[in-house]
Every structure is written in structure tokens, then in C-alpha cells.
Design a protein around this ligand. Sequence first.
Ligand SMILES: [Fe+2]
Length: 418
Amino acid sequence: MRRIPIRNLHAGLVLPKPLYDSKNVLLLAPGKKLTQDMVAALQNMGEGFAFLGELGSRMGDGRSLAALKDEAERASRDLKEEFDRILTAQNLDCRPSGPPMRETIGGGRRGPRKPEELAEIRTAIDDADSLVEEISGGWIHQDDVAGAALATAEKFAGLFAADPSLAALMAQAKRPGGYLHSHSVNVSLLSMQIAATMGYGRSQVVEAGLAALVQDLGMTMVPDPVAQKPARLTAVEMIDIQKHTYQGAYLIERFRGLPIIPRFVAMQCHERNDGSGYPRRRPKHLIHIFARIVAVADAYDSLITDRPWRPAQRPYRAMESLIKWAHEGKFDADAVKGLLGVLSLYPIGTCVRLNTGETGRVVHANGRQFARPGITILFDAQGQLCSESIYRDLGTLPDVAVESVVESPPPIGAMAGF
Ligand SMILES: [Fe+2]
């Protein structure tokens, strides 16, 4: 079942599969050609999305997504050779250029956000999730993907320039829809902020975000029983997973106007600096820096999300794991340091106990002061729920410190304190 934005349904479209509403009520049978009246009726339902039985036809050029996937399968051998050809020192050379974006970013979030700020963030999340869904489902013409993805990354750049803690906040916002969509959006935003922290210019940061948005597209080609298997994969199944790198790069190449970097990222974001990754076991100097950045963001967001084979880790634990893997030489140390600068040692959303006896939630990082984030106090020193918002910025309070992480925080609203 695939969620389809109703605004994308238009007269003349032939439904390849049955269309349902959010309550699984059949709206239209397969093979039905949409008329203006039908489209108007769907739009008048007052719902943003409808649900299609299975993968649908690819709009625009009329080729089915399934056919495209077969093509990618056949082409994977050629892709390996082509990739080796384009993997030149020149293509891998990606040093920061232009004014560093970090210099244009505000000094950090101070205090809880206003409702209208949260509303704007939520709209941006929803639009971006929908875009990834449209791309992965083939519901947007392949010639329009580059422009739409670029506009999304530009929107993110504008939002986090004004609110540097945005990436972590967005990652906290669990939302409906498939893992691929929300994960791609979270990875995009985190990657952009890591790239900005590492000194890249704004256009480079946007390019990293754009690449991250489409980096996992190849996962749509992995059979569901393998992608969702709640147990250890067999060797054959692992090959299916590893192929998603090439297959994603193949799909991305079809999107006219996209630069070459998203292909590098799709191919290489599962490589590891010590050569232990896949699909080509490349060492650090043969892995594009944006792929190394996206690898860190991808691993972090994956760790803090429930997956069929394991429960989510708390953000603090996920950060600990990444620091350990960076020490072991698997993940890029600079990129992990960049993530620390974005999220702090106690990532946004982590519940912590302070040496004042108060318990609160981390709401923003403080750059290189990795252990001194901003906190919204939820429970006072006597353990009473605070009736009004109290904010402590540990970056400016040298006597106040995090004493411990609260592994099992008392039940509080998902967005309380933000
Ligand atoms: Fe992937």
C-alpha cells in the first residue's frame, strides 16, 4: 500500500491499482480513468492523501517502475565498470569553497520554539516526506525530480540557518508513512548541518542535502521480505541489500539535471573508511566526502528508529556508538565531530538530570561545547512537573552540568519542552 498525495492525481490518469482512503474504504477500482469530476470529488474528501494498492505506473513517460527496476538489475554489471571510470581524483576532490555557511547561521536556539515556528517546521517535514514518497513511487516525472529536490534542500538551508537545532528536532518528530521517506528527509537535513559545521559553502551544503534525499532510492528495489526481515539476513539476502547502492545510482542517473554527486553518495554511503563497507570495500581516500557525511547521518537516524530486527536506541546511545565507530576508523571522524556539533553529546530530545536536581529535555546544542547543551526543565528538584517553561542554557551557566542521562523518562508529551 502506498500513500499518494491527492494533489498529484489528475484527469486522464489510469489507476494501475485500487485506490483507498485512509480508512481502507475502496474509492476507485483499478483500470479506472480519472475524470475532472472524480479528481474534484477526491479533493473534496478533505484528506491530503489516498492509498494505492501496490506500486503504480510511472507518470510522465509511461514506463512502469517495475520495468525500470528490471533495467537497473540488468545494468548493475555495467554500472560497476562505469562507476570505476567516473571515480577519478578530480571527481572525488570536494574541498569547501565559497563563504562557509556556518558563518551565516545564527548563534543557536535560545528557549522553546513558538507554535508558529513549529507549524512551519512541520509543514516543511510533510512536504519533504511527500516528495521522497513521490520520487520513490514514481509519481513525479523524472525530469522534475532535480528541481523539486533542490527546492526542498534550499528550503531546509533557509530553515536551519534561522534555527540551527532544526535537524535534530525534525528527527524527533515521528510521523506516519514509510521509513524510507522520513529517514531520507532526516538524513538530508542532518547531512546538510554536518557539512555546514565542517565549513562547506551554502551551495555545497545544499548539494549534500539533495544527494542525501535520494541516496536510498535503491531500497525500493529490494524485495520487502528482505528489506523488512526481522532477523539476520542470509548471504544471498545481503547481496540483495548491497545491490541497492548501484540500483539507486542507476535510478538517480535518470533524473535529468541532477549533478554527479548524488550518484557518488548513493553508491558509496555504505562504504566505511577502513574498507569494511560495501559494495566495493573502498578505503577513505576513495570515498567522496559527502558520502562519508551522509553515512554518519544515515547511521545515526537509523539507530534512533525502530527497525523490524531491533528496537530504536536512545539518541545518547546512538551518539556513543558513532563516536566508538569513528575511533575504530569505520566512520569519518570529522563528520562525527560535525554531528556532535549539531546535536551535542546529549542529542536533542535526550532527557537528562542536572546537578541542580532538575530533570529536563535537551533542546539545542552549543557548537563545540559538546557536553553543555540548552535544556528545558520538565521536573523541578523535588520531582514535580513544572507548570511553566523554565530554560537553562548550560553554555552560559558554568556551575550547572548534566549529571546523568535519564534512560526511562517519565511519560511526557512527545513535543513537550520544544
Ligand atoms: Fe542505503
